[in-house]
Ligand binder design. Structure first.
Ligand SMILES: [Ca+2]
Ligand SMILES: [Ca+2]
Length: 111
């Protein structure tokens, strides 16, 4: 049977963790995967939504873990939540990252 693939498609910001803009990045299975380098500012006067295209094959009997972070310095970065994508997931889905009173929604697809 062909492996299923999760595709991260779109990120929306409804509430930031920082006072104005957040310095957002995503990790996939612990590897910093979006944006291509550095961070993407969201909220405040920065964009509140952004398209993306990140594909990851879901391992057999395994999961893909996606984490959203706000980069802070000199304090440690804030982890805003964790999405666990399973082999049994299917179709167009969305997940809300809501830690630290932030609110981001990641739209993704599993097929
Ligand atoms: Ca922060
Ligand atoms: Ca920050």
């Amino acid at each position: 049977m062909a492996r299923k693939v999760v595709t991260l498609r779109h990120l929306q910001c409804f509430a930031t963790e920082d006072t104005s803009t957040d310095e957002i990045y995503l990790t996939v299975d612990g590897v910093r995967s979006w944006p291509q380098s550095g961070i993407f500012s969201m909220g405040g006067v920065a964009p509140r939504e952004v398209p993306m295209h990140i594909e990851k094959v879901i391992p057999r009997n395994g999961v893909v873990t996606v984490k959203l972070f706000d980069e802070d310095s000199p304090d440690g970065d804030d982890e805003l939540g964790e999405l666990v994508v399973r082999e049994s997931d299917v179709g167009d889905l969305a997940f809300d990252f809501t830690r630290d009173e932030a609110h981001y929604r990641l739209s993704y697809n599993v097929e």
